[in-house]
Design a protein around this ligand. Structure first.
Ligand SMILES: [Zn+2]
Length: 474
C-alpha cells in the first residue's frame, strides 16, 4: 500500500493555497520603496508605503508595496523606511562649468559683473580643462542634491558631455553661439558652425545626452542669425534654448535697437512656433503670455535665485502657469546663485511670488514641486521621457530621508519637501536605473578629485584677481 496518492493530493493542495503571483512573478532589475511615494503625475497624490519596479532603466510599475512585491521579483531592493521617493529634479537652465566662478564677484550691477568680471575671466580662462573641472564640480553637487536632469548652456559641450557620461546625469547640452567674441570663437560664424557640427555629429548611445543649439539672447544675436539657428534646429530636430526677456537692461536694448520687446521680436522670427527652452522670461506682458500659451511650444524656465541676485525682476510665473504654460525651474550658473541647489529654487519659487503679489495662495507646494519635476520636464521637451514616476518613463528618481529632527513633526509631505527639505536630506539619486549617489556618497565621481581639479583652476583665477587683471574688490 503506497501513500503516494495522498502525498500528491497534499502537494496539489499546497499549490492551490499559494498565491498565483508567487509562481509567476515578473522579473525586475530592482524595486525601490518609499514610506511616501510622490509619482508627480497630474493629480497623482501621495502614495503611502509604495514601491517602483524597474527594468532596463525603465519604470515598469508604481503601486502599493504589497502589490508590487506580489507582482515582481528583483535581486536588488532599495529600502524606503523613513524615506520619501519621488522623481529626480530637473534643472532647466544652468551653465554648469561656471561654478568655478562661484563667489568671485557678488553684490554688483549685472553690467559691472558681466563686463568687468565674467566676460574677461571667461576670455582668459575658459578652455577644455576649465570646463572639465567645472562640469565635474557641478555634477557632483547636483547629483548629491537630487538633480537628475540638467539643461546646460556652456562652452566645450563635448568636454562637458564626457564628464556627464562618467557622472551619469541626464543632460541637454546647448552649444553656445553669440555675435561677439567668446571662448574659442571670434563671433557668430564660427560659434554657429561649431554648434551645427556638435548637433550633427555628437552621438550618445545611452540617449541620456542630447545635443542642442544655444543662441545666447535676442539682444546678443542678430535677427538674421536667430533665423539661421532656428532653421538649423528645425532641420536637425534638435532642442533650442535661449535667454529670453531676462533683465530690464535687455528690455532697454531691445526697445532702442528694434523698437520691440524680446518676446514679440522672437515671435516675429518664428521662435514661438518651435519648442524653445526660454530661460528667465522675467518680462513678458499679458499678450505675450497669451501668445506663448496659444503656441504651446515655449518652455519658460524660472530662476528665482539668479533673478533676485542680479535684480532682474519678478517673473510672472503664477500668471503663466494659470494660462497653461509649462514653466520649469533652474539654478542658472552658480556664478549668479551661488550654488546649484534646486531645493533652494523650489523654496524661493514658492515664497517670492507670494511676497510680490500679496496673495499667499499663489504657488502652492504641489505646483512648485511640479515645476521641478513633471512640468519642468515638459518645459524642456522631455515630458514623455522623465518628470514623473510613470510606467514607461526612464527610471530617474530620488529618495529623501525623514529621520532628521528638522523633519519632525510631519503632517503634509508636499509641504515639507518645499518648505523644510534641502539637498542634505537627499539620500539616493538614480538616473536610468543607475544609482549615482547613496547615503551622501556620489558613486561616479570622487569628491577628492573633484576638489583637487577645481583648485587647479581656482588658483589661476586667484592669481589673476590678485594681479589686478580685473577690478577685484578688496
Ligand atoms: Zn543663464
Amino acid at each position: 500500500m503506497s501513500s503516494l496518492p495522498l502525498v500528491r493530493s497534499l502537494f496539489a493542495l499546497i499549490l492551490l493555497a499559494l498565491p498565483v503571483s508567487a509562481l509567476a512573478r515578473d522579473k525586475a532589475d530592482m524595486i525601490v520603496y518609499g514610506d511616501y511615494v510622490l509619482s508627480m503625475e497630474k493629480d497623482g497624490g501621495v502614495l503611502r508605503d509604495g514601491a517602483v519596479a524597474i527594468k532596463d532603466g525603465v519604470i515598469m510599475a508604481v503601486g502599493p508595496r504589497a502589490k508590487i512585491n506580489a507582482q515582481y521579483k528583483a535581486a536588488k531592493k532599495i529600502s524606503g523606511t523613513d524615506k520619501v521617493l519621488m522623481p529626480g529634479l530637473v534643472n532647466g537652465h544652468t551653465h554648469a562649468a561656471m561654478v568655478l566662478f562661484r563667489g568671485m564677484a557678488d553684490d554688483m550691477t549685472l553690467i559691472d559683473w558681466l563686463q568687468n568680471y565674467i566676460f574677461p575671466m571667461e576670455g582668459k580662462f575658459v578652455d577644455a580643462d576649465f570646463v572639465r573641472a567645472g562640469a565635474q564640480l557641478a555634477c557632483w553637487e547636483m547629483v548629491r542634491g537630487g538633480t537628475t536632469t540638467i539643461v546646460d548652456m556652456y562652452f566645450y559641450p563635448r568636454v562637458a558631455a564626457k564628464v556627464y557620461e562618467t557622472c551619469g546625469i541626464r543632460a541637454i547640452l546647448g552649444a553656445p553661439m553669440i555675435d561677439y567674441p567668446s571662448p574659442g570663437f571670434k563671433g557668430w560664424d564660427d560659434s554657429f558652425a561649431a554648434g551645427k557640427d556638435f548637433v550633427a555629429n555628437f552621438k550618445d548611445p545611452s540617449g541620456k545626452l542630447i545635443p542642442a543649439f544655444a543662441p545666447h539672447g535676442a539682444y546678443t544675436v542678430s535677427p538674421d542669425h536667430l533665423k539661421e539657428v532656428l532653421a538649423a534646429a528645425k532641420a536637425a530636430k534638435a532642442p533650442l534654448m535661449m535667454h529670453v526677456a531676462e533683465s530690464p537692461s535687455e528690455m532697454a536694448v531691445m526697445k532702442e535697437r528694434y523698437h520691440n520687446t524680446s518676446v514679440r521680436h522672437i515671435a516675429g522670427l518664428g521662435m514661438l512656433d518651435y519648442p524653445l527652452i526660454a530661460a528667465h522670461m522675467v518680462w513678458p506682458d499679458e499678450d505675450e503670455m497669451d501668445m506663448m500659451a496659444l503656441g504651446g511650444k515655449t518652455g519658460p524656465i524660472h530662476n528665482p535665485t539668479s533673478n533676485m541676485k542680479t535684480a532682474a525682476g519678478f517673473s510672472p510665473v503664477p500668471q503663466m502657469i494659470a494660462k497653461g504654460i509649462n514653466v520649469g525651474l533652474g539654478t542658472d550658473g552658480a556664478a549668479s546663485n551661488n550654488d546649484l541647489d534646486m531645493w533652494e529654487e523650489i523654496r524661493l519659487a514658492a515664497l517670492i511670488h507670494k511676497g510680490k503679489s500679496g496673495d499667499a495662495t499663489v504657488m502652492p507646494a504641489d505646483t512648485v514641486l511640479a515645476m521641478a519635476t513633471r512640468m519642468g520636464a515638459a518645459a524642456i521637451g522631455l515630458g514623455d521621457v522623465i518628470g514623473s514616476l510613470s510606467p514607461g518613463k526612464r527610471a530617474d528618481m530620488i529618495q529623501l530621508t525623514l529621520t532628521s529632527p528638522r523633519m519632525e513633526p510631519l503632517y503634509d509631505i508636499e509641504s515639507h519637501l518645499v518648505y523644510v527639505a534641502g539637498s542634505r536630506d537627499v539620500v539616493m539619486t538614480m538616473v536610468d536605473g543607475q544609482v549615482l549617489m547613496q547615503n551622501g556618497k556620489v558613486r561616479t565621481l570622487k569628491a577628492k578629485t573633484v576638489i583637487r581639479d577645481a583648485e587647479v583652476q581656482a588658483n589661476k583665477i586667484r592669481a589673476a584677481l590678485k594681479a589686478g587683471e580685473t577690478p577685484a574688490k578688496n
